[in-house]
Design a protein around this ligand. Structure first.
Ligand SMILES: [Zn+2]
Length: 149
């Protein structure tokens, strides 16, 4: 028997329920990795600002980052135990996807994943915002700095 199918990948047929389940798992892994990079940023910022306790973290999350706020909060709560960010509240603001047309420089909000310029009707790949997650500000407690040099 020829061995041309060495990959052994059977194309999935039907199985919409399976697809849904695996999507769900992928999604949790996605949020977990986002929570980890978020925690790194938060810990670095708190060191810089000599914070001893982080209470509120304000985030902007692009719609294209595909973050489920509840999952992100859950994952962040889990991995931030025993850090200064333990118990911190995440305030998540969704940022619309904004793209810029390379022909007419028009900036427009992308709705329904239609990435084309409303003026020129050409495909646009240049995103101005909406892909990333960024920490806007943090609130918490700082080390008393009197007497420190
Ligand atoms: Zn245009």
């Amino acid at each position: 028997m020829p061995c041309f199918a060495a990959g052994g990948d059977h194309p999935r047929q039907g199985g919409s329920l399976n697809d849904l389940n695996s999507w769900h798992e992928d999604s949790i892994v996605h949020e977990l990795s986002i929570a980890q990079s978020l925690l790194e940023i938060v810990l670095e910022e708190s060191r810089k600002h000599r914070m001893t306790k982080v209470r509120v973290i304000r985030l902007q999350v692009g719609e294209l980052a595909a973050v489920v706020p509840d999952s992100l909060m859950f994952c962040f709560g889990m991995i931030s135990e025993n850090t200064v960010a333990c118990g911190a509240i995440l305030e998540i603001e969704a940022v619309p996807v904004v793209a810029r047309c390379s022909q007419c420089q028009l900036m427009f909000e992308v709705e329904n994943h239609v990435f084309s310029c409303p003026e020129c009707d050409v495909p646009v790949m240049d995103l101005v915002s909406g892909r990333d997650l960024s920490v806007m500000s943090m609130e918490g407690e700082r080390e008393e700095s009197d007497g420190a040099d």
